[in-house]
Design a protein around this ligand. Structure first.
Ligand code: G4P
Length: 531
């Protein structure tokens, strides 16, 4: 197959949702369609159950599962589909944000009864900011839930999306009869019998045909016709260009658990979802069909076996082909590296691969060379944008609890931060180290891993910070900047990349600081230079 055809047949995407909306179940059904697994239940949920927040073994077990499900690839109708896993647990939201830098589109799963939930709002906002094409799947139609039109309204209002339904439910919960496929203009009736088989569609080309009454009864037929008339009147027709530009989001209804409405979703997805897209580097925009290889690290996973401290760095290929045993430039280190056993992912397995194409993810064994955001190329000095750090929500001092193991502790902290587990800030005033995380769970993960993987012990101490803001010296007023640094010294720190950060202790002090030093720009993400 030609290089261009290989690119055109790839679809790399992520499924995002609030926990429990049905992401794992949908993923599993998609794999079932791809023939990548034979039965339901084969994909383990990687979510951390609420009850497990302080259970270290559970965290470890989950780490094992999430390596296996980091990338799930399968072939469907000759398309190579790569699903990138995104953790649903809010404490790992930053992992999800980073994974979203490597997807070309997303599917948003919403629970029909719960509607738009908090985590969905946050994740969709990130996708909206990046104009990522999104398809919405409203799940659990076999249960009683909200009215379809109310839900579509809620999706528009709360998520700021422009929806257009491409399928529409016939009844719901106890009365759920099936789905009308607006995209293909046919009906799929719900038998509710088999949860695992893949059912056939009953085609009905003409909505006005009396066949409809025979199939779903008079009342349902009438209400479907009315609903579809309303859909046509209220929502814009599907516009592929608008979808690809992130300006319109098609909506599907179904029940992942019952494998219902999933085929409609998948068939439409492979037709409309974008193949690997161009990506902006600081230097220039790189097209996916450029011949020379380039890619970037969006995730690093530590080895499960503490005796082998190597890690798996996940690279998204942006352009060209990645080949085994070929030297590539590690741009940040300015050195060439060669990989003898790059892993590719297929269903839940990983295997050594000789050649990978744009859109694919390769897992590279790493002994500490990589950090998140690193770029690999055939020689060009490119730095891919779009992997910023966000202000953490929690901050604690980290103290060494075993003076004999200071070296191990520092190494452990260093490597865990490169993996993106948390962020490290070093105070300007006294050099003390502060760990910032998105959720409280990470502190336990860090403590546990420092002890088990690096033989170091730590304790924490509260450090009240409202928000970390990255400081930009605009050069407009050097005196004001010097004054800001002097007065606020106690609240200044460096992040791991050496950037200056202001740790505001309250929203009031943040506001006052902004007013008092207008020439000092405070940013809520680390990547302001490219905004
Ligand atoms: P997540 O990855 O988004 O967190 O959700 P997951 O797929 O694990 O689904 C959450 C729960 O919702 C699961 O039930 C799952 O079986 C159920 N579910 C998913 N899709 C549907 C659907 O279409 N209809 C109905 N009625 N339920 C659905 P659970 O009891 O929490 O887990 P399990 O014991 O079934 O694994």
């Amino acid at each position: 197959m030609e290089f261009k055809d290989e690119i055109a047949r790839r679809r790399t995407f992520g499924i995002i949702s609030h926990p429990d909306a049905g992401k794992t179940t949908l993923t599993e059904k998609l794999l079932l369609f791809g023939g990548a697994i034979q039965e339901a239940g084969a994909v383990k949920s990687n979510k951390i159950k609420k009850s497990a927040t302080s259970d270290f073994m559970e965290i470890e077990r989950q780490r094992g599962i999430s390596v296996a499900t980091s990338v799930l690839a399968f072939i469907y109708q000759n398309k190579k589909i790569n699903i990138l896993d995104t953790p649903g647990h809010k404490d790992f939201a930053e992992d999800t944000f980073r994974t979203l830098t490597a997807v070309d589109s997303v599917i948003v799963v919403i629970d029909v009864a719960k509607g738009v939930e908090e985590q969905t709002e946050k994740l969709v906002e990130v996708c909206r900011m990046r104009n990522i094409p999104m398809i919405v799947f409203i799940n659990k139609l076999d249960r009683e839930g909200k009215d379809a039109f109310d839900l579509l309204d809620e999706v528009e209002q709360k998520l700021g999306l422009q929806v257009t339904p491409l399928s529409f439910p016939i009844g719901m919960g106890y009365d759920f009869q099936g789905i009308y496929n607006v995209f293909e203009k046919n009906i799929n009736l719900f038998s509710g019998q088999s949860k695992q088989s893949i059912e056939d569609t009953i085609a009905i080309d003409d909505l006005n045909s009396p066949e409809l009454e025979k199939l779903i009864g008079e009342t349902a037929a009438e209400s479907l016709r009315d609903n579809l008339e309303l859909v046509e009147g209220v929502y814009p027709a599907f516009d592929k260009e608008a979808y690809l530009a992130g300006e319109q989001q098609p909506v599907f209804f179904g029940s992942a658990l019952n494998n219902f409405g999933v085929r409609e979703l998948l068939d439409c997805f492979i037709q409309i979802a974008p193949p690997p897209r161009a990506k902006a580097a600081e230097e220039r925009v790189v097209e996916s069909d450029e011949k020379k290889f380039s890619g970037f690290v969006f995730k690093i996973h530590a080895n499960m076996d503490p005796k082998h401290r190597d890690r798996l760095a996940f690279i998204k290929i942006v352009s060209g082909t990645f080949e085994r045993n070929t030297p590539y430039l590690h741009v940040r280190h300015d050195k060439k590296l060669k990989f003898s056993s790059p892993n590719a992912f297929f269903a839940e397995k990983k295997e050594i691969v000789d050649i990978s194409y744009p859109g694919d993810i390769v897992g590279l064994h790493d002994t500490g060379n990589f950090k998140i955001g690193d770029t690999l190329t055939e020689g060009e000095k490119l730095n891919y944008k779009g992997i910023p750090s966000f202000s953490p929500e929690h901050f604690r001092y980290i103290n060494n609890a075993d003076p004999m193991k200071a070296k191990q502790l520092n190494k452990g902290i260093d490597q865990l931060m490169d993996e993106g587990v948390a962020q490290l800030f070093t105070l300007e005033l006294n050099g003390r180290k502060v760990i910032g995380t998105v959720g409280a769970l990470q502190y336990e993960v860090i403590q546990y891993r420092l002890e088990h993987e690096y033989g170091a012990k730590c304790t924490y101490e509260n450090f009240p910070v409202h928000k970390a803001c990255w400081v930009e010296d605009t050069g407009e007023n050097p005196e004001e900047f010097a004054e800001f640094k002097r007065i606020k010294q106690k609240f200044l720190a460096r992040d791991k990349a050496g950037q200056l950060v202001f740790l505001a202790d309250s929203s009031f002090s943040l506001q006052m600081t902004q007013q008092k030093y207008p020439s000092v720009k405070l940013h809520f993400t680390s990547e302001f230079a490219s905004q």
